[in-house]
Design a protein around this ligand. Sequence first.
Ligand code: G6P
Length: 506
Amino acid sequence: MEATDSADHGARDTTEAAKTATDGAATAAGAGGQFDFIVVSNRLPVDRCSPEDTGCEDGWRRSPGGLVTALAPMMTKTDGAWVGWHGAPDETVKPFSHGGIDLVPVHLSTADIELFYEGFSNATLWPLYHDVIAPPEFHRTWWDSYRKVNRRFADAVVHHAAEGATVWVQDYQLQLVPKMLREARPDLKIGFFNHIPFPPPEIFAQLPWRRAIIDGLLGADLVGFQRSSDAGNFMRSARRFLGASVKQQQVHVKGNDGDTTHIARAQAFPISIDVKQISELARKPEVIERARQIRRDLGNPKTILLGVDRLDYTKGIRHRLKAYEELLADGKVTVQDATLIQVASPSRERVEQYRLLREEVEGTVGHINGTYDTMESTAVRYLHHSYPIEEMVALYLAADVMLVTALRDGMNLVAKEYVTARTNNDGALVLSEFAGAADQLKQALLMNPHDIDGLKDTIMKAVNMQPAEASRRMRAMRKQILDHDVDLWSSDFLAALAEKVVRDDS
Ligand code: G6P
């Protein structure tokens, strides 16, 4: 599981061999085990694997990503568990332990995947929360499934939470869980973190179930967001749609009898990455050599530009390709001098908008390459794959210019990974102002990806940037990230959740 996009998305293996191995896996958590700290997310932080895969243990392998790395020590220290879907439809897997973490799998049927996951989560909420870049669809059957599945996750937590436990619910797929937990278990400390943007009330207003969603989130003691604008949007929606009185980002939440049950707070906690892991990889001789080899394989062009995204319409891949094609047409870049590597990891392929996007992106890449490639050189090297983190870091090291052109993005961890990997303080980051990372990486070349001329100018500025300026910018960005890694993010959130809230009744 990776709750917020970063470079690598391990391929999910659902082979029979893996299934058999799993059925025999340890059941340390036991069906009735109780825990003091529980993380809940749609996906568990493990992927299916086959015995020959590296890191495969009993048919499972820890999925890459900062969140699990940040929380793993906490899990082992505090008697913690992770509740989530294990990635295989229609399969019931007993609680088990992997890599020192107790895991409680939640069952999702084929119908749940279609209605709750592909439907309400990824064809209603995802586009709605990302500025309606694609039109959200509203279907009552999807909503019914969302409620039902959220209830199942909440029940699993209720069953496994010790008295007074802390529960941290992750992301937009589970927004009803905080209130469900509050009602069933008022003894719990409940946190929620939204990894994606929260839309302004004018857009959120479209959702037929807007009140229930706000109400669900307000079940938490602390609702965390990536940017302070997201926290502000949420509070404005709470005021507008529930008539909540909001003071200093706090809401006194009332129960059915009209008495205040608790105070819900909203606050920004910008997520980060596992800085240590990326820095170490970036210094490994094998990874450095692999980066050189990538450059050689591409014919040692003067400039390598890189895009790394899940193949998602929020990432602005089409805008990036359009700008790049125009630069080739204008003769500002040539295939002899420059190559754009575009890694697009497969994602949500059964959702219509994602299918359409793939066709469009692949059509455009084919068109660009057909027009500009020579026998020796290519304009765009397009890779529709996921890669392990070692290969991603080699790509970051090979790239002179990183292009992050998201039309809307909660954070964008790829931007942070690129900066962290540039241990020599060289390279240039072109970063969309619509990505949450723009709040922290102010020395990036910030731009509006809708402005194609502006994007082209910014790309050229990055390509021609003088080493002294590149180094000044990269140093400042690296300092920001090195001082704010994902450990700090999780400890800040959990410290704020543990704080005693002073009631401001004035
Ligand atoms: C985003 C979301 C995550 C999600 C990830 C991958 O980062 O915030 O919650 O897990 O995308 O998407 P998927 O649909 O494959 O879980």
